[in-house]
Design a protein around this ligand. Structure first.
Ligand SMILES: [Zn+2]
Length: 353
């Protein structure tokens, strides 16, 4: 999940704002003054509603041309974006020029090309980037380029990893092109995090949730009256909520920061002020090393920063006194000794060996 306090624009608002601005098109990629002109041939290719008009061969030929044009256009759009091209304007123009089926086809191509191109860029960062690129390429998940439609929790976020559906979304119009690769690394670090996957399953297991609910509804349950087995269950269940929250964020940011440093050292990306401010600058006393393989250290400052976007909710079950106490106890234990809890699994560690 990515929720530092950046300007978060709503998708449509951003579109409107950008279209009001006069835009200089990216000089490295030639666009017509009106991108619809680039789509002239593309726009003429539509699926015939009545197949009787055309022979099967003609139809397939049209489909082939349509596929190719769409794929090329997706490539052009994404490469323009990575160079700072006016993505909102291009997307709006393009979606206005095309019929619905063609917009869908273009979106599909844009998604797969965004992942393919990002893997290619990562591969050039250095050894760690290349290790990471291989794992991402092997992984079947795709990047959705718009707001996640399945959860209102994602309403204000420009990028995220949905724990339940295990899908990545990155809003192309809201993410500054200079941040794209770093955020891409962050979201895929979540995808590859086996500890996160196991804890999502543990936390959501229906039998376990029912037992937890039963305990939460037991009158006068407290640390004196509860039996050890039930207490351990509550503790493990609360801990798994940290494993899918703050601890997952810490693992993902550790990987992100390590790869960012490598890319910086090899002059593959420009300095990102927010990355430096969060992980590398300022007072670095009282820091703990996260893992021998990771370049970033861990301080309460980083914990607080990551946790501020992950407010431990004391609503529902977590408002029951014994649950609230366990949450506070775990939070204290993690701050005191994050290494006991982080559980970098082999996949994440292998990236930066
Ligand atoms: Zn995250």
């Amino acid at each position: 999940m990515f929720n530092f306090k950046f300007p978060l624009f709503h998708f449509l608002v951003t579109l409107k704002v950008f279209t009001l601005l006069s835009v200089t098109f990216d000089s490295a990629i030639s666009w017509s003054a009106n991108p619809c002109d680039d789509l002239k041939s593309y726009g003429k290719i539509t699926i015939p509603h009545d197949h009787q008009d055309s022979t099967i061969a003609e139809f397939l030929k049209k489909e082939e041309i349509r596929e190719n044009e769409s794929s090329l256009f997706a490539k052009k759009i994404f490469e323009s974006y990575l160079r700072g091209g006016p993505i909102s304007q291009i997307i709006e123009k393009v979606t206005n020029c095309l019929v619905v089926q063609d917009v869908e086809l273009l979106s599909a191509h844009l998604q797969s090309y965004a992942k393919k191109k990002s893997v290619e860029v990562l591969n050039s960062w250095g050894e760690q980037g290349s290790n990471f690129a291989k794992l991402v390429a092997k992984n079947k998940s795709v990047v959705s380029l718009f707001r996640h439609p399945k959860s209102s929790n994602f309403g204000a976020k420009r990028a995220g990893f949905h724990r339940g559906t295990r899908s990545v979304f990155m809003s192309l119009v809201e993410i500054d092109y200079r941040d794209w690769m770093t955020i891409f690394v962050h979201e895929y670090a979540h995808v590859l995090d086996e500890t996160l996957r196991q804890n999502v399953l543990f936390f959501g297991n229906i039998d376990r949730v029912l037992r937890i609910e039963k305990l939460a509804n037991t009158p006068n349950l407290n640390e004196q009256t509860i039996n050890q087995e039930d207490y351990d269950l509550i503790y493990q269940w609360c801990l798994s909520s940290f494993q899918r929250g703050i601890l997952a964020e810490t693992r993902a940011w550790a990987v992100t920061a390590a790869l960012y440093l490598e890319a910086r050292n090899n002059r593959k990306i420009d300095k990102l002020r927010w990355m430096n401010e969060t992980f590398f600058d300022g007072d670095r006393t009282n820091e703990k090393s996260l893992h021998q393989n990771f370049n970033i250290k861990y301080s309460e400052k980083i914990y607080d920063k990551l946790n501020s976007s992950f407010t431990t909710s004391y609503e529902g079950i977590f408002s029951v006194p014994i649950f609230k106490k366990v949450i506070e106890k775990i939070s204290h234990e993690i701050k005191a000794n994050p290494l006991n809890f982080l559980n970098f699994d082999q996949v994440l560690v292998s990236i930066i060996q």
